[in-house]
Design a protein around this ligand. Structure first.
Ligand SMILES: NC(=O)c1ccc[n+]([C@@H]2O[C@H](COP(=O)([O-])OP(=O)(O)OC[C@H]3O[C@@H](n4cnc5c(N)ncnc54)[C@H](O)[C@@H]3O)[C@@H](O)[C@H]2O)c1
Length: 338
């Protein structure tokens, strides 16, 4: 944690694990009320990145960066923002490659270019600079692949033709998931707190529902693609779909909700398995030979095999898929630590 010499703000990097390779995780730029909250966020999110990369079998550890904007309006001021990003680059550079940064909530691939002026340990640069660009299409590809695997388990076929799917959040990832599901012949119920997303719904022939209705919708699949923490003991009991598979991070309010869902016969695909497409795409950037979108597509589709393996393990051990996914991640970490 360092105070930037240009911006005066705190820049924070949490390196949770380097057992499998350099710790990689996005840089979040947002307002926090106090530095402790910013540090807590960095620590919590870096741990999640360790699990995500290990379960995806990537040669990466888990880390996270946070730029703490002391006031909300600063994040939108170009001069302050530029200084803060360069200060963050200095912090990354101090870690000499044990942490590699990427874009996250509040930062873009253009911001990665600014950070790259202070350190080479940056991924997610625009494609024209040899980077892997926007991760969202790859995250969406992983989500759609995962939905197919779940449908195969529950309905006996991975086809989305004729399936009903509720999608909550039509942003960078959810919008693409909706488009792909519509193209695959699914009937969609969609929602977003941003009413401007209605035009996408109309263009896809999807029915618009209110945000509060998505969880209880009587559909085949619920795909949460907005915020985390939406599945708690109450909402898990109201869930209308036998499958939950979506992009949102930290979907469960607590790990115990996984057992509740399993007891209700709901197949919940662990979020950190489903939404790994973005980080898988970034990992290709770090491979010898550099970024190759074909290789990225191949690896992201591998999320389907990983998920199938987790569901098999969970069924064999009679535990929720969350337990099987965590066990796989921990086994890979233990293997790497020798
Ligand atoms: N972008 C990626 O590559 C990526 C990778 C891994 C995980 N994720 C996770 O996936 C989720 C979506 O990411 P994104 O990049 O599409 O974000 P985004 O900000 O582009 O889209 C989120 C959308 O959800 C909507 N929304 C917010 N609150 C809502 C609510 N209560 N109900 C319905 N809609 C709501 C927003 O209006 C927005 O349209 C996030 O949880 C993110 O952390 C994204």
């Amino acid at each position: 944690m360092r105070r930037g010499r240009r911006s005066g703000c705190f820049t924070i990097v949490a390196v949770h694990s380097t057992a499998r390779g350099p710790s990689l995780g996005g840089c979040r730029l947002r307002h926090y009320d106090d530095a402790r909250a910013a540090v807590r966020d960095a620590l919590r999110l870096s741990q999640a990145m360790t699990l995500k990369s290990a379960v995806a079998n990537l040669p990466l550890g888990g880390g996270k960066g946070v730029i703490m904007a002391p006031a909300p309006e600063l994040a939108g001021m170009p001069a302050w923002r530029d200084d803060a990003l360069r200060d963050f680059g200095d912090t990354v550079e101090q870690l000499a490659g044990s942490y590699v940064t990427a874009e996250d909530v509040g930062t873009s691939s253009r911001d990665m270019e600014t950070i790259a002026s202070a350190t080479p340990h940056v991924t997610g640069l625009p494609r024209r600079l040899g980077g892997s660009g926007d991760p969202s299409p790859w995250t969406a590809l992983g989500v759609v692949t995962a939905i197919g695997v779940c449908c195969e388990r529950v309905f006996g076929t991975p086809s989305l033709e004729g399936r009903t799917i509720a999608i909550s959040g039509l942003g960078n990832v959810g919008g693409r998931v909706a488009t792909a599901c519509a193209e695959a012949g699914a009937t969609l119920l969609v929602t977003d707190v941003d009413a401007r997303k209605r035009s996408l719904a109309d263009s896809l022939g999807a029915s618009w529902i209110e945000p509060g209705e998505a969880i209880a919708a009587a559909v085949d699949v619920f795909a949460p693609c907005a915020l985390g923490g939406l599945l708690d003991h109450d909402s898990a009991l109201r869930l209308g779909a036998p499958i939950v598979a979506g992009a949102a991070n930290n979907q469960l309010a607590g790990d115990d909700v996984a057992a509740l869902l399993a007891a209700r016969g709901v197949l919940w695909a662990p979020d950190f398995v489903v939404n790994a497409g973005g980080i898988i795409n970034i990992s290709v950037e770090l491979e010898d030979g550099g970024y190759d979108p074909r290789r990225a597509g191949q690896l992201v589709r591998g999320i389907g095999d990983t998920l199938a393996r987790i569901f098999d393990d969970a069924a064999r051990r009679d535990v929720p898929p969350l337990d099987a996914a965590l066990a796989l991640a921990r086994a890979r970490l233990a293997e790497a630590s020798g």
